[in-house]
Design a protein around this ligand. Structure first.
Ligand code: PHE
Length: 347
């Protein structure tokens, strides 16, 4: 091996051993710098003859090119390594799932309420809202349910030991029926003297309260009242409207609807409304979904209307029960426990 080969090898080794660009540049100086080994060899050419200069010069040039090539290769390698290190340090795992904002969902009973409202709105019913803290008069008396009458216990409630400004006892409304009276009275007052008076057609959904608690009863539950009063509204209309509603709500015509005679102080005649599905797990079983009836003349009078000219029907249904039937939920309390494992299934 001649001196040039040895030099080239030494340079290659030195470059390869340089761990950083700065150390590589130091190594370069040892071979290619002003006082570097190759530079010194070039200077030595001056002492040679013309022929010797030619061959020795060419050989030195080849060696210089090899050293420069080795230098460039190492520079590239170090730069690439630095880039890799930087990329590794700044690595971002784009496959990690991002932190998602939890999306909320509607409560299943809210969904039911919205369905009920949409279906009745399509049949020309207004939607009204009313107070959950009621007076004795609206909850019972105005609904033909006199003070101390035993029928009051049908809708037994939480009484508040407090009276309103007019001295009427307060309670948490045990049903949405007070809204019949509130809405119809406001309607009658608004349209006083108009002949004929526009019909009262309204539903009133909302929270209601009773002293009851088990798998199918909760102290707080929901009801949706319905009222249609006009000059010629009959029990037949109740049957048509409610049956039509149920078929739309459950999205099936394969539904039996039964009006079973019953008693409420504020309707006469009165009926419980039962349904039976033609298929599914509840097939053929009669299930109660609402109370209903033709509004009692005393109640029509409390609306501020004449029962001789105004007649109609009312119903009160249980949206919680409808939700249980629609989604196949068997415990009412699940709706009110606030357990997201249950609720998020309805998103
Ligand atoms: N308010 C009755 C109840 O709570 C239901 C009902 C409403 C019955 C309207 C007849 C008419 O059970």
């Amino acid at each position: 091996m001649n001196d040039l080969d040895t030099l080239v090898q030494a340079a290659q080794q030195a470059f390869a051993d340089a761990p950083t660009p700065a150390e590589l540049e130091n190594a370069k100086a040892r071979f290619l710098g002003k006082a570097g080994q190759l530079t010194e060899l070039m200077k030595g050419l001056a002492r040679l003859s013309v022929d010797e200069k030619k061959s020795r010069g060419a050989a030195i040039n080849v060696a210089k090119q090899q050293v420069e090539a080795a230098l460039q290769a190492r520079r590239d390698a170090l730069a690439a390594g630095e880039l890799q290190a930087q990329l590794r340090a700044e690595a971002l795992d784009v496959t990690l799932p991002g932190r998602r904002r939890g999306t909320g969902g509607l409560h299943p009973v809210s969904r039911t309420m919205m369905r009920i409202e949409a279906i009745f709105a399509s049949m020309g019913f207004d939607v009204a809202d009313g107070p959950e803290i009621e007076t004795d008069w609206y909850s019972f008396t105005a609904l033909n349910n006199p003070e101390n009458h035993p029928a009051r216990s049908m809708q037994d409630t939480f009484y508040v030991d407090m009276k309103d400004a007019e001295g009427r006892w307060l309670n948490l409304r045990p049903h949405t029926s007070p809204m019949q009276v509130r809405y119809a009275r406001a309607h009658a007052a608004r349209h006083a003297g108009r002949q004929p008076m526009p019909e009262v057609r309204v539903i009133a959904p909302g929270r209601t309260y009773r002293v009851d608690s088990d798998a199918t009863h909760s102290p707080m539950f929901h009801q949706c009242e319905g009222l249609w009063i006009g000059e010629n509204v009959s029990f037949k209309d109740l049957k048509v409207v409610f049956s039509d509603f149920l078929r739309q709500f459950f999205e099936t015509d394969e539904l039996d609807v039964r009006f079973r005679p019953s008693y409420f102080p504020f309707t006469e005649p009165s009926a419980e409304i039962d349904i039976a599905f033609a298929s599914g797990p509840l097939k053929g079983r009669w299930l109660e979904v609402a109370g209903s009836g033709q509004v009692h003349p005393n109640v029509v009078r409390n609306f501020g209307l004449d029962p001789e000219t105004h007649i109609g029907f009312a119903f009160g249904m249980g949206p919680d029960r409808l939700t249980m039937l629609r989604y196949g939920v068997n415990d009412l309390r699940l709706f009110f426990d606030g357990d997201l494992r249950f609720l998020s299934q309805f998103k």
